[in-house]
Design a protein around this ligand. Structure first.
Ligand code: ZN
Length: 625
């Protein structure tokens, strides 16, 4: 949906503050061209970029002529849509150029100035087109149908128009909309209060570790020291850290409940049956996608319990505690790859995806779509952007010669291939894919890479390390995130049913869910009482509504696709291409279903659990040697 792209645009602008943290980063001019992206594929020079931005500015001025006329006749309607998407296309292209260029070195102020220029045109664009979608919404369904019959060319905009029109039952009168919008001023308040407290004013407890190191336990120190090898250390870390949140459970609880109530007020006023229905409506997902996830993961808890028993065995402890979960399952093995070795490994690992896919990956390596090397002032992390629709996608990353770099490249290449094939096969207005399908291609690549690495591991230690980190990924992404999703659902339900909800209730609900997931009663893992406060440490509950479940679903569908690709071969690969080529031409669930996996059936969950059990078999086989 274009709206998401617009959001993406603004985030890209804001994201440029963090720079590379690698020590002794080389200068950009010292990096060979083959390791740097070539932005002149988008615009040969900054002057060409400026000329394009001028074009948009002129079009923006002309666009106001459509105001109040969209429903007049099919010609005006299609002209306005062509003009709108024409501007949007140039906008994303110029944004991709300016964003990428400024990320090369955030200290070059001329490049930062381009972003500011773009942002002011963006604001003007946003203001000018603000009438557009509300006016399309008001055009009666019959008129829209008539327009589409008269002008079959309109079909390229069918999803866009339907996405607007299907909001009609949830749109209020003009004055009601205005009033609801005015509450936007206070809508983010609970989240602000939470961040101010959790990241600032909350007193952080201090502890001394067994090596004599004294640490102040804020959220980031906690994630560093919770992996401590010494059992007493991690016990102390968990207990002290979560109790420090427990001291404020009523305040934090009232704040979270306030946010849940706020969500419900908005959803209810928009005539949704639940906050869940309202939240999933963005990608047009049925509520059953969410409940299926929770039901199926609950059904498959024995697989998590098997993992916990294996962890207990590997750690050599009599009783496994929740505080043991972040300790590495096996000892870390250092794997080294140069960029070229990494590229070769990826080409080998992705062989199951057919030569067509591989030749596009090769193109991305040989034609400089990727910026590999961390250099002075370069933005940290990694991303892929397909914003330059008629050019090609780009990847920014910070190669560090390790396995993490390799799997990051595989992951980002998945996004790049998804964007490449969507852009090549769909008109611009249908090319952008939904968040719900966005992580499938990237995760399939990571899975295939892991399969390949395990197969070609030099020794058992290396194999154990790869299998172990893969299992940890499944534990944290599928089981942990779904337990969060279940907590969110329960607390929203309580509010929507008009039941009281206090800090203590939140603790009880959370504690019961965690005990159930980790098999506390059956002795798989002891969940100590202070874990009941963990919800108050997780910022996602405050910052998002019904979002985290997509981490689980993405990994589950991707694992299922990868399993099918490995076991069934070409027919499954052909099906996967339906997602790659499909872009945003259909709604997400339909798209995944067409590609051979039904998100509403147990199949993807069973395939994923089968894979997880297979990995545990492999580990046990090595251990029994
Ligand atoms: Zn991703």
């Amino acid at each position: 949906m274009p709206k998401q792209k617009l959001v993406f645009f603004y985030t890209l602008v804001v994201l440029t503050i963090v720079t590379s943290v690698f020590p002794q980063s080389p200068k950009r001019s010292d990096v060979p061209d083959k390791h740097k992206w070539n932005l002149s594929d988008i615009y040969p020079s900054i002057n060409d970029w400026k000329a394009d931005l001028n074009n948009i500015e002129n079009s923006i001025n002309d666009f106001t002529a459509y105001k109040g006329k969209l429903g007049n006749d099919s010609q005006t309607f299609i002209d306005a849509l062509n003009s709108y998407f024409g501007m949007l296309k140039i906008f994303y292209k110029s944004n991709t150029y300016a964003g990428n260029l400024s990320n090369e070195d955030v200290n070059i102020s001329e490049n930062q100035a381009l972003l500011q220029q773009l942002s002011s045109v963006g604001t003007k664009f946003g203001e000018t087109v603000s009438f557009f979608e509300p006016e399309i919404l008001l055009i009666p369904k019959e008129t829209i149908e008539k327009f589409f019959k008269e002008k079959p060319e309109l079909n390229v905009y069918s999803v866009y128009v339907d996405n607007i029109q299907r909001l009609r039952p949830h749109t209020l009168s003009e004055s009601e909309e205005k009033m609801l919008a005015s509450f936007g001023l206070i809508a983010g308040n609970q989240n602000t209060v939470y961040s101010l407290f959790a990241d600032g004013e909350k007193p952080n407890p201090k502890i001394t570790l067994s090596n004599g190191e004294e640490v102040e336990l804020d959220a980031s120190t906690y994630t560093r020291v919770r992996t401590a090898e010494n059992k007493d250390d991690r016990k102390k870390v968990f207990e002290t850290f979560f109790n420090s949140y427990g001291d404020f459970k009523n305040t934090l609880g009232a704040n979270l409940v306030g946010k849940v109530k706020k969500d419900w007020v908005f959803a209810k006023n928009r005539k949704y049956e639940s906050t869940l229905q309202s939240s999933l409506n963005g990608d047009n997902l049925p509520v059953s996608v969410y409940t299926t996830l929770i039901d199926q993961v609950n059904k498959n808890l024995p697989t998590l319990h098997r993992f916990l028993d294996l962890k207990k065995r590997l750690l050599g402890v009599d009783t496994l505690h929740y505080y043991d979960l972040y300790t590495a399952l096996v000892k870390k093995v250092d794997l080294h790859f140069t960029v070229e070795q990494g590229q070769q490994a990826i080409l080998d690992a992705l062989t199951p995806l057919k030569s067509e896919y591989l030749s596009t990956v090769k193109k991305s390596f040989n034609n400089r779509w990727i910026d590999f090397i961390p250099t002075e002032g370069k933005r940290s992390g990694a991303y892929s952007t397909g914003g330059a629709y008629d050019v090609h996608p780009y990847i920014l990353m910070n190669w560090n010669d390790d396995y993490e770099s390799l799997s990051t490249l595989a992951h980002e290449l998945g996004h790049t291939m998804h964007s490449f094939y969507s852009n090549a096969n769909q008109p611009f207005a249908k090319a952008d894919y939904a968040t719900f399908v966005a992580e499938i291609a990237s995760t399939i690549n990571e899975t295939l890479l892991n399969n390949y690495m395990v197969k070609n591991a030099k020794n058992d230690d290396e194999k154990l390390f790869l299998l172990g980190s893969y299992l940890d990924l499944l534990r944290t992404t599928i089981f942990r995130q779904t337990s969060f999703a279940e907590f969110e659902l329960q607390i929203h339900k309580r509010v929507e049913e008009g039941q009281p909800l206090t800090g203590d209730d939140l603790c009880n609900i959370y504690y019961d869910i965690v005990k159930k997931y980790y098999g506390h009663d059956a002795g798989h893992c002891v969940v100590d009482p202070y874990i009941q406060y963990e919800w108050s440490y997780i910022p996602h509950f405050m910052g998002y509504t019904y979002y985290v479940f997509q981490y689980s679903t993405s990994l589950i569908y991707a694992t299922a696709f990868a399993e099918k690709i490995v076991t069934e071969g070409n027919p499954a690969v052909d099906n996967f291409y339906k997602i790659l080529n499909g872009g945003g031409s259909k709604y997400a669930v339909e798209l995944i279903k067409d590609a051979g996996i039904d998100p509403l059936s147990p199949e993807p969950f069973e395939l994923t659990m089968k894979k997880m059990n297979k990995v545990m078999d492999q580990i046990e086989e090595i251990l029994s040697k």
